[in-house]
Ligand binder design. Structure first.
Ligand code: ADP
Length: 496
């Protein structure tokens, strides 16, 4: 498994939750998994102890560079089941304050950084095969940062005996097609790929280098993180220009909904919460709510508390929330927001918070503990995303009895069962769907959620149905397991 971030080492978003949990689950079902990560500064400062594994020579456009591979071991459940985490060291490229950017600006050499990481991955495969007699059957790649692995494996490394490329299947998981790793054409030569690959059928995208596109073209199989998103990305609205390339791969494209780490996100044991609770005894949730109101200096009243945790980007529909805020603030509720992102949106929410200090709480920044406390203390979780490949926060919300109000898109549509107000079909319902990408639609659905909140029996059923929904990795990992096994079996070289 090759990833540019993974919990508990480095995280900027939901990708890290997936790449932190899935390999552990795959190890539990019997796969021998190595997780490869760049050795960022946050890993060096993580306090975890890594031990050296080997030194590798990685080709770059500036000539070969020596890299140290180091190992950390994570227990993966009962007995001696474990996950090996190997890090690729290159201090000039990775010993920096951010993963991909600093102070809101992408590092200008991101292509060099992640092509180095992908080339190092190929060398790791060769090392494992030659020095450890450990053959890689499948390389699971995530997003644009690791997409080049599939390209290298199927082009420049194809005939290398030490790599054994024909035996290695590649699966590229798309966590968000909105982020493609686009770079100026002049940087293409830094990838070390032949110029012939800079063409529209491979890595060129309207005169730029598009790393994700390369991965989509060259990977054996493509997955994305929900069935609805797998259909959506074939359309111009959600494909961000790659819909045509994706349609070409439609027969090798599958949507598998993410799970969550149910140990890390468990209201019964969560140490970030001021009180724990379960679906049977939910008294602790009220303690969490009061404490959350205190933390945001809001009056400790019984009005519903709406929570939001999100990157402050237009993808997350935060501008819609800003638009309806005056109407929301006229209603009997409180709103707490945790997020960081676009400076314009940060400023807008700061100004709104100053206007409504007794109804709205705002924390700009990244705060894992507070994210848990919002999930624990809020009554309603709001996610009006324009698109959402899977979304994790609504899954945490289900588990924490915080009823999600979500835009009907991607994984949000797949994981939240809407309450049908007409039929009052409450048994299976776990939340509310916003049908359209419009501020008035968001406001209307929030009004019906708040009216349901007044009906204790309906609300209790929503909370219970959410808290008892299976959001664990077990089911998703089984889907990946089935896919991986079928790919490896199908392509295994025939023995004559
Ligand atoms: P995305 O990956 O698009 O950002 P997801 O809903 O899939 O969205 O995952 C977001 C993850 O990041 C969740 O675990 C959420 O709790 C966390 N998160 C987002 N913003 C913050 C923040 N400001 N502080 C703490 N956690 C955050």
């Amino acid at each position: 498994m090759v990833a540019s971030e993974a919990v508990p080492y480095a995280k900027t978003g939901g990708l890290a939750d997936v790449t932190g949990a899935l390999p552990l689950e795959l190890a539990r079902v019997g796969h021998d998994v190595i997780l490869l990560l760049p050795r960022y500064r946050c890993l060096i400062e993580s306090g975890r102890s890594f031990r050296p594994v080997c030194r590798l020579r990685v080709p770059t456009s500036q000539g070969p560079v020596d890299t140290l591979v180091e190992e950390d071991i994570l227990p993966a459940g009962q007995g001696d089941c474990r996950l090996r985490v190997w890090t690729i060291r290159n201090d000039a490229l990775f010993d920096r304050p951010g993963l991909y950017q600093h102070l809101g600006l992408d590092y200008p050499d991101n292509l060099d950084r992640f092509s180095f990481f992908c080339r190092a991955t190929i060398e790791v495969i060769a090392y494992l095969r030659t020095a450890r007699r450990w053959n890689t059957h499948l390389l699971h790649l995530h997003d644009w940062q690791t997409a080049l692995c599939a390209v290298y494996l199927n082009t420049v490394a194809r005939n290398r005996q030490d790599v054994g490329a024909p035996e290695v299947r590649t699966v590229l998981t798309l966590h968000n097609v909105g982020y493609q790793g686009l770079f100026p054409a002049a940087q293409f030569e830094n990838t070390g790929l032949p110029p012939s690959l800079f063409k529209p059928e491979a890595l060129e995208y309207y005169g730029s280098v598009n790393l994700l596109k390369g991965g989509i073209v060259f990977a054996d199989y493509i997955t994305t993180v929900s069935p609805t998103y797998a259909r959506e990305i074939l359309t111009p609205e959600f494909g961000f220009g790659l819909e045509g390339v994706l349609r070409n791969r439609e027969d090798q494209l599958l949507g598998i909904v993410n799970g969550i780490d149910v140990d890390r996100w468990n209201p019964e044991t969560d140490s970030y919460l001021p009180a724990n609770y379960s679906v049977i005894d939910r008294s602790g949730k009220l303690v969490c709510k009061r404490s959350l109101q205190r933390e945001f200096q809001l009056p400790e009243t019984s009005v519903p508390v709406l929570g939001m945790i999100a990157r402050l980007t237009s993808q997350k529909g935060l501008d819609l929330v800003a638009t309806i805020l005056p109407q929301l603030m006229a209603m009997d509720l409180q709103l707490v927001i945790l997020g960081t992102g676009e400076p314009g949106l940060e400023a807008k929410f700061k100004a709104l918070q100053a206007r409504y200090p007794h109804r709205m709480g705002l924390r700009i920044g990244f705060d894992e503990g507070l994210a848990h406390r919002i999930e624990g203390g809020a009554d309603v979780f709001v996610m009006p995303s324009r698109y959402e490949p899977c979304g994790l926060s609504q899954l945490y919300s289900l588990r924490y009895g915080t009823v999600p109000v979500v835009r009907k898109t991607g994984g949000l549509a797949d994981t939240v069962v809407p309450l049908n107000q007409q039929a009052r079909q409450v048994e299976r319902a776990t939340g509310f769907h916003i049908e359209e990408d419009r501020a008035d639609a968001l406001l209307a659905v929030l009004r019906s959620a708040l009216s349901a909140y007044q009906d204790r029996s309906i609300w209790e059923q929503l909370v219970e149905a959410g808290m008892t929904t299976d959001v664990s990795w077990v089911r998703s990992a089984n889907d990946y397991d089935r896919l991986f096994v079928s790919l490896v079996r199908r392509w295994q070289p025939r023995v004559s």
